[in-house]
Design a protein. Structure first.
Length: 377
């Protein structure tokens, strides 16, 4: 009974217009705040934040356990953590001077908005909200270019939107909330052209869910010496470290030096020792990432097929979430689904209502599909 009261009180405040695009059950950064009363003990199926439901790699768990006795020290006083940037650099085939570490990619996006605020920002709509929202808050003009009819970035329109006052272009690829991708060759050509005129920031949070040839990072442009390309990555998704806040930027050493001097100077200090040691261990435990990716693909395929059989149009997804049209659904879908113990996102766009649902375990997705069978269309 108490949980139901808390649920009703929370729902009164839960439809947030933080992104200005009608995304229900969102926080200011684009993710949800889940009240303690609505935790797993109530049977809630949490499909709202694109988390990895399979948890940390075994090696990461052991690394955390082994470091517990040292957490009374600052991370710079723990010898085992001094190789963190070096190990990241070696893994991605760059030097330590190409890397800035941040407490989650969200903070990197936030700081990038501030670092390139002397002009307008060009981005897609809808997209992940942290960078454009921060830009708006500090007075930056944001040019929001609609996705095409397949919910993919319209690269030609984005290029045309760049003008003499554009300080940054932001692309989330794979895209959030739609789960679509831009073909690597097309994205590379776009980056090469756009970077001649402005800074280009590519958010690759979900790239680890892609298979070849689609999983080509734009990091090759950084390695070739391009100073106007910034790659933003995270350990929150495939590495299942969303709550541990580990992110990083890959860019030309000169760009990294400029960012570090102005906005990112303390970002490394803001990361916990346990997070850093877990990240290093997770990089070495590839079997867990591979397993998570395979399980996600199977559950995503099942969910897509099931929703299509129920008459929903699903955008082909390359990620750990799915974007589908809600047909003629009346009301606030996310709010109504929360009443059924499912947390997800609903989205109002010019072409109707859409839902973004994260891909949980196969068991969770089967429960979700069963609930969807009773939803009026």
């Amino acid at each position: 009974m108490a949980s139901n009261i808390h649920r009703r009180d929370w729902l009164k405040q839960s439809t947030l217009a933080a992104l200005g695009i009608g995304f229900s059950l969102r926080s200011l950064g684009g993710e949800d705040y889940l009240p303690r009363e609505l935790g797993s003990e109530t049977g809630l199926i949490n499909l709202g934040s694109n988390e990895n439901p399979y948890g940390l790699a075994p090696g990461a768990k052991k690394a955390i356990s082994d470091l517990i006795s040292s957490v009374h020290r600052y991370q710079y006083n723990i010898p085992a953590l001094q190789t963190f940037r070096k190990e990241l650099a070696e893994y991605y085939g760059v030097t330590v001077d190409h890397i800035l570490v941040t407490p989650g990619s969200g903070e990197a996006l936030n700081l990038m908005a501030r670092a390139y605020s002397q002009g307008n920002l060009v981005t897609a709509t809808p997209t992940f909200g942290i960078l454009p929202n921060t830009a708006k808050k500090i007075g930056v003009a944001v040019k929001e270019i609609p996705l095409d009819n397949k919910k993919i970035h319209d690269l030609d329109a984005l290029l045309k939107a760049i003008d003499a006052n554009t300080s940054q272009v932001y692309i989330c690829n794979p895209a959030n909330p739609t789960g679509t991708i831009v073909q690597p060759a097309a994205l590379k050509a776009f980056c090469e052209e756009a970077s001649r005129r402005t800074m280009v920031s590519i958010d690759e949070a979900y790239i680890d869910f892609l298979d070849a040839p689609y999983n080509e990072s734009m990091l090759s442009l950084v390695k070739s010496g391009n100073k106007n390309i910034v790659i933003i990555r995270t350990f929150s998704k495939i590495h299942a470290m969303a709550g541990m806040r580990v992110g990083f930027i890959l860019a030309h050493p000169d760009t990294i030096k400029t960012l570090a001097a102005n906005y990112f100077g303390n970002s490394n200090f803001c990361m916990s020792a346990l997070s850093m040691t877990a990240a290093m261990a997770s990089l070495k435990d590839q079997s867990h990432s591979v397993s998570s990716k395979q399980k996600n693909a199977a559950a995503r395929e099942f969910t897509t097929k099931s929703l299509q059989e129920l008459g929903y149009h699903c955008i082909p997804s390359y990620t750990n979430f799915l974007f589908f049209h809600l047909n003629n659904y009346q009301g606030d879908f996310a709010k109504d689904m929360l009443a059924k113990n499912v947390l997800l996102r609903s989205h109002d766009l010019p072409d109707g209502k859409w839902c973004r649902v994260s891909i949980g375990t196969m068991e969770e997705m089967k429960k979700f599909v069963e609930i969807m069978k009773g939803v009026p269309k």
